[in-house]
Design a protein around this ligand. Structure first.
Ligand SMILES: CC(=O)SCCNC(=O)CCNC(=O)[C@H](O)C(C)(C)COP(=O)(O)OP(=O)(O)OC[C@H]1O[C@@H](n2cnc3c(N)ncnc32)[C@H](O)[C@@H]1OP(=O)(O)O
Length: 516
């Protein structure tokens, strides 16, 4: 090879050098873009494209020759017949959307070193074991290395991620009774027999199934193992979920189980959702229950199972005379479901109606838009205490439901009382958010922030430097800042009123359907 002196490069060489110097660094692909998760309830048997199988080989594990050749197998998912895994994707009925897969991959949630990467995670809703089907055209280190997919997926799925496709397929048979055998020693908290066709309480024996909520302490071995298989689901579907220490004896789990008798007369058990609950000591001799994770599997959401879980936790808390029940960082939808459940309970709680009457009649009579002193919506403290004592509803949760109870009692057609109600909610929030002295708020800024508690609203109020002179004295807020602060505040009030109306409407619909 001839050595070239400095300054003697041909123009061709310098072009090459430029190309090398500016070679594109691998931009990676976001995990959310290339990973799809499927919940599979039946094998019968599950077919994977042969090309995928070739490529899984060596990454996730080994597959047998017969599996590679089983290209004509058929696949059933959620009782729908489909002829190939690709069609399963197209059917999309059980393709579920995790909250955010990027969070499991460092470097902005990206995977590096793969061309045309596609990852399908098959999750068995029978055994909660998982299998990864990985396909790609080629791998190369484009400056960011080649992501170790196996270890990344194991970080999510742990032991429940199987290397062996055959073992995964077999689990549909070998683990058919897995859930049933684990929950057989649990305590049945609620049981409801429904009709297969319309999900209404069953009136005849045919076409029925039973939904049970079963409570178990997490420390015992078979249930601890089941939970370790369910934990990845919590990671995938609950925003910000973190593992819990199941060796702590104060953890318990509530499982929603569907029990069906199949054509051969055998019972089938299927887990549809779960909630983990921690028992906290409360001085001097009481306990509080805190809902840590609650998940209904995506195909079964919106069918009343979340409500059943919450009601079962409430039943246990009342029967064991727990101090109260709280929830850890509840999502907006969980807050909504919980508000519906507790508002219903409070409606049939005898002391509620007489306590509501004076407030509702004031709201109906007074024109509060011209108010001089503020009219409070506050419930009597004796009622808060009695709801805590008898229903185990904690104060913060009670106040959320109280708003819905007043709204329900007003009747939506009554414009004047609704306007009064809106003003009262707004006054209360203004006092909560900006401090009691509404006039002296110049310089206070309001920002929304995430938090670790289940506050109705999460914000920080601080005094902006823009309002302080060099002498540290407060200056008058300029009109623009005040206007934007007011705008933010009105938005918060509107959001809260929308939440209240959503709960009130659901509850009144539910009452009407119960009465019919
Ligand atoms: C502490 C934490 O874990 S926070 C994270 C919470 N979990 C998640 O976000 C994971 C993903 N989501 C889920 O798993 C579920 O959607 C859950 C657990 C939040 C709720 O469970 P679901 O089974 O979906 O709710 P469920 O079917 O019981 O309730 C659905 C509807 O019935 C309504 N409802 C429930 N009980 C009642 C009642 N007693 N009266 C009237 N309406 C009711 C709800 O308000 C809701 O109404 P909508 O039509 O406005 O949505």
């Amino acid at each position: 090879m001839a050595l070239k002196k400095k300054g003697e490069q041909s123009s061709e060489d310098s072009k090459k050098r430029k190309r090398v110097g500016f070679a594109k660094i691998d931009a990676g692909i976001e995990a959310n873009e290339c990973i799809k998760v499927f919940l599979v309830s039946k094998k019968d048997p599950l077919r994977f494209e042969s090309v995928a199988i070739e490529q899984i080989f060596g990454i996730v594990g080994c597959v047998s020759e017969s599996d590679k050749q089983s290209g004509t197998m058929m696949c059933f998912m959620q009782d729908k017949f489909v002829s190939s895994a690709e069609e399963v994707v197209a059917e999309n009925s059980l393709c579920v959307n995790p909250v955010d897969l990027n969070q499991f991959f460092e470097e902005e949630g990206k995977i590096y070193g793969f061309k045309d990467l596609k990852i399908k995670i098959w999750l068995s809703s029978i055994s909660f074991l998982a299998y990864a089907d990985i396909t790609f055209e080629s791998t190369s280190d484009g400056g960011k290395g080649i992501t170790d997919l196996k270890s990344k997926l194991q970080n999510i799925f742990g032991e429940s991620l199987l290397d062996n496709r055959e073992e995964f397929l077999q689990s549909f048979t070998t683990e058919r009774d897995y859930v049933g055998s684990v929950v057989s020693s649990g305590e049945v908290i609620c049981s409801e027999t429904l009709n297969t066709h319309n999900d209404k309480p069953n009136t005849s024996d045919s076409g029925s199934y039973t939904i049970e909520v079963i409570r178990m302490e997490l420390r015992s071995m078979p249930i601890a193992l089941l939970y370790s298989r369910l934990m990845p689901l919590a990671f995938l579907f609950i925003d910000g979920s973190s593992p819990i220490d199941i060796s702590d004896p104060r953890w318990e789990i509530y499982l929603v189980i569907k029990k069906m008798i199949d054509y051969s007369g055998e019972s089938n058990f299927c887990a549809l959702g779960f909630a983990t609950v921690y028992r906290f000591y409360r001085y001097p001799e009481s306990w509080r229950l805190r809902i840590s994770q609650i998940l209904v599997l995506p195909p079964y959401q919106g069918q009343g199972h979340g409500r059943r879980l919450l009601e079962s936790i409430n039943t246990v808390s009342v029967s064991k005379n727990i101090y109260d029940v709280t929830a850890e960082e509840p999502s907006d939808y969980l807050k909504h479901v919980r508000d519906c459940v507790d508002t219903m309970r409070l409606l049939s709680f005898e002391p509620t109606t007489p306590a509501l009457e004076p407030i509702v009649s004031q709201l109906k009579q007074t024109n509060l838009s011209k108010r001089i002193s503020k009219f409070p919506l506050n419930p009597p403290s004796a009622l808060i205490e009695s709801a805590r004592d008898k229903l185990k509803i904690n104060k913060k949760q009670f106040l959320r439901c109280w708003d819905a109870l007043i709204y329900l009692s007003l009747g939506q057609g009554d414009y004047k009382s609704m306007e009064n109600y809106r003003n009262c909610v707004s006054d209360r929030m203004r006092a909560d958010v900006l401090g009691k002295d509404v006039v002296g708020t110049a310089g206070k800024c309001l920002i929304e922030v995430p938090n670790n508690y289940d506050h109705e609203f999460t914000f920080v109020v601080f005094r902006s430097r823009a309002f302080e002179g060099s002498d540290g004295l407060e200056k008058v807020a300029n009109g623009e800042d005040q206007a934007s602060q007011e705008e933010q505040f009105i938005r918060l009030v509107d959001e809260r009123l929308k939440e209240i109306a959503g709960v009130a409407n659901k509850v009144s619909m539910h009452r009407r359907s119960c009465a019919a």
